[in-house]
Structures are given as structure tokens and as C-alpha cells.
Write a protein that binds this ligand. Structure first.
Ligand code: SF4
Length: 293
């Protein structure tokens, strides 16, 4: 199984998995990963095939682009949408490739939001991370450089004050991270988030709704409250994508909507994220309630 979907976990993630069943289920290979319907492919959003014509850059929406900065992560999440793609991803490495990505953005003036993703950009050294950040932050049309990283959750020591200060000085960086269960908000994780916030970086959380991990309103509400205490905005709860190898994590839509309603009745304002699905071919994230039949 790990030949098809490799197992990767840093020391911190392994230790957290020892103390939390909910986190262990996101880290440990499961034989059900091989039982998926053959109709499900590894790439429902055609991330491999999106023909931007620019190596390592993907564009699905007019106002934003995704730049692949690495094909490695501190831990290979078993529910990852890109689990079948990461090893083969087109990763931007050379200055010429990066300059071509910046030129692509300039040729598409509607683009104002650049997502630095992968893999996890923070597996790269600080200087490399900043090379990417500066290349896009320097473009006047770009308002937001979004750093998509799970480091605050799975390797919080990586989020040093020095790194946060570098990112904060840039003035355009926002951080998107992923916490899925309150067990993940350890003191070290909360400190990583605090480092970012103190450096002036807005930090948001995109949680994935996962069967057996967080598919109850009680668990999610504890998570949202813990995130707010760490000054992280609970932003989205994603329905698990229709990708080969992760079906056993998918929560039935009816149940997901039920959970959303219960959360909405019990927490409001900034504590309540939007529950959405990324639907292949759609021009936006679709609220779960709109998908209900
Ligand atoms: S950190 Fe993100 S990209 Fe990496 S395996 Fe986890 S979900 Fe996928």
C-alpha cells in the first residue's frame, strides 16, 4: 500500500499520533485506501492537466493561481487530495521557472491572489520560502500571497519567530493552515500560530471533515473554539474530495449538513467557518447546503 501512497511522518507528527487516535487516523496507512472504486482517479480537479502553459503554475479561477513549491510534506496526510499526485508534481525550482510564473501572473491582470502550495512550502529553507514570496509580492497587482502549510499543526517548531518576522515584513502574506481535531492544538501548535499572528500575519484554518476523526458537532465546536483561542480564524470546513484512496474518510452529505446546522446553532460570528465542497468543474467552492438533494 505504501508503494502507491507512501508513508511519511516527522518525529513531532509520530509523537502526536501516539497520544491522539484522531490524529493517528490521519497519519497511519489503512488498507481501505486500496479499496476505492476504480472510477475515482487521483486527480478530479485536473491539477496535473491544467494547461496554464507555465511549469508548476495552475489556474482554476480567474483571480488566483496556485504555484507548486515542493512535492514533499512533513507528513503525508492519508486524506490528502493530492496523495496520488505529489510525487509527480511539477515543482518550481529554478529562478527561470519562478520568473516565468511571475510573468504569467503579470500577463493575467485579474490575478490578485497567489497560493504557494505543494506539498508544503515550509519544507523548504527560509531563504527559499522567501524567494517565492518576494517574486509574487513584488507585483503591484498581487494583494495576497497565501502560504498554504500544515506546519503549525504537524511540525510547529518549523514556524520560528525569525521565519514569521520575515514573512510579516513582506506585508502581503496570509497563512492558510489545517487543523482537523482539537487534540492538534497542542501548546507547541498554539505557539506556532501565535508567532505568525504576532508578526502581523492573518492565519486561517481549512479543516477537512473526516469520518472517524471529526464528524461530530461537539468535536468541531471544540476545535473552532481552540482555534479562536490561538487567534486562528476557522475559515472553511471542506467535504473530503472524491479522490482515489480517501473514500473511507468521506462523511455522507446529509450527515455533513446536519453537523453544519448543529454547529451554526451553537457558535456564531467568527467562530463559524463555511462548510463547502470543492466540486470538479465548479467556478467556486460550493456550500454544502446547496448540494443537498
Ligand atoms: S500537508 Fe497538505 S499537501 Fe501535505 S499531505 Fe497533508 S494535506 Fe496533503
Amino acid at each position: 500500500m505504501t508503494e502507491r501512497f507512501p508513508f511519511v511522518a516527522c518525529a513531532y507528527a509520530r509523537a502526536l499520533a501516539e497520544s491522539s487516535d484522531a490524529f493517528r487516523r490521519q497519519l497511519e496507512p489503512d488498507v481501505r485506501e486500496l479499496e476505492d472504486d476504480e472510477e475515482l482517479g487521483p486527480d478530479p480537479f485536473d491539477e496535473e492537466g491544467e494547461a496554464s502553459g507555465c511549469f508548476g503554475l495552475k489556474q482554476r479561477f480567474p483571480d488566483r493561481v496556485l504555484v507548486m513549491t515542493s512535492n514533499a510534506c512533513f507528513m503525508n496526510c492519508r486524506h490528502c487530495t493530492r496523495k496520488g499526485l505529489l510525487r509527480h508534481a511539477e515543482v518550481v525550482r529554478s529562478d527561470e521557472e519562478l520568473a516565468a510564473c511571475a510573468a504569467y501572473v503579470q500577463e493575467h491582470p485579474l490575478v490578485r491572489d497567489v497560493l504557494l502550495s505543494g506539498g508544503d512550502p515550509l519544507v523548504l529553507p527560509d531563504a527559499e520560502v522567501m524567494r517565492f514570496v518576494r517574486a509574487f509580492a513584488a507585483l503591484p497587482q498581487v494583494d495576497v500571497v497565501r502560504l498554504c502549510t500544515r506546519a503549525p499543526c504537524v511540525n510547529p517548531a518549523r514556524v520560528t519567530r525569525d521565519l514569521a518576522a520575515l514573512l510579516g515584513r513582506c506585508g502581503k502574506v496570509w497563512v492558510n493552515t489545517q487543523f482537523n481535531h482539537p487534540d492538534e492544538l497542542t501548546p507547541a501548535a498554539a505557539e506556532a500560530c501565535t508567532n505568525l499572528v504576532r508578526a502581523g500575519l492573518p492565519v486561517s484554518c481549512q479543516t477537512v471533515l473526516l469520518a472517524g476523526v471529526n464528524d461530530s458537532a461537539d468535536v468541531l465546536l471544540d476545535l473552532f473554539r481552540a482555534l479562536q483561542r490561538a487567534r486562528v480564524r476557522p475559515y472553511y470546513v471542506f467535504q473530503c474530495d472524491p479522490v482515489a484512496g480517501i473514500s473511507h474518510f468521506r462523511v455522507p452529505l446529509e450527515r455533513a449538513v446536519e453537523i453544519e446546522r448543529e454547529c451554526a446553532a451553537r457558535i456564531g460570528g467568527l467562530g463559524l467557518p463555511r462548510f463547502v465542497a470543492d466540486v470538479p468543474g465548479a467556478d467556486r467552492k460550493i456550500p454544502l447546503a446547496e448540494l443537498e438533494v
